[in-house]
Design a binder for this molecule. Structure first.
Ligand SMILES: [Zn+2]
Ligand SMILES: [Zn+2]
Length: 157
């Protein structure tokens, strides 16, 4: 139902005080179809779809939509930032060290308990970010659990 979806997105943009533009709609669609994409991935999708848009314009739209709370930006250590449109909950992420695939994982204890730190040191906490690192099933299936490079190094020593 592409029409219904685009009407929703129009309302979503207006509801956040934003003008509805073809660029913003395309960025919204790209992120909702491919959550946890990098800005480069999203810009490739959007440019393939509507053509006449600069990479900078895609980046600007991402920044605006993130600022207005339509997107959440996740910045894993050593990786490009990822964007998703699942906002307003406190879900966490699993990242594969081998292929970089990122998936959602619900908070282990429910609601937003991670915002209640054992000791807040007087800070006003508004966000908790948990990233689990490991290897995805696909990567585990194609390689043995032990890193072969490490195994070779051990033999050489
Ligand atoms: Zn993987
Ligand atoms: Zn997510």
């Amino acid at each position: 139902m592409p029409n219904e979806r685009s009407i929703d997105n129009d309302a979503l943009l207006r509801g956040h005080g934003l003008h509805v533009t073809a660029q913003r709609l395309a960025v919204l669609r790209a992120v909702s179809h491919r959550p946890h994409s990098t800005a480069d991935d999203i810009s490739a999708v959007v440019r393939a779809e509507i053509g006449a848009i600069s990479v900078q314009a895609v980046y600007d739209a991402l920044a605006t939509l993130t600022d207005r709370g339509l997107f959440r930006r996740i910045q894993p250590a050593g990786s490009a930032a990822r964007y998703e449109n699942r906002v307003g909950d406190n879900h966490h992420h699993l990242i594969c060290r081998t292929c970089g695939r990122m998936v959602d994982v619900d908070c282990a204890v429910g609601d937003t308990p991670c915002l209640t730190a054992a000791d807040d040191s007087g800070y006003e906490i508004d966000e908790a970010e948990v990233i689990y690192w490991g290897r995805c099933p696909a990567c585990l299936a194609t390689a043995p659990p032990v890193n072969p490079e490490q195994a070779t190094q051990c033999k050489q020593r």
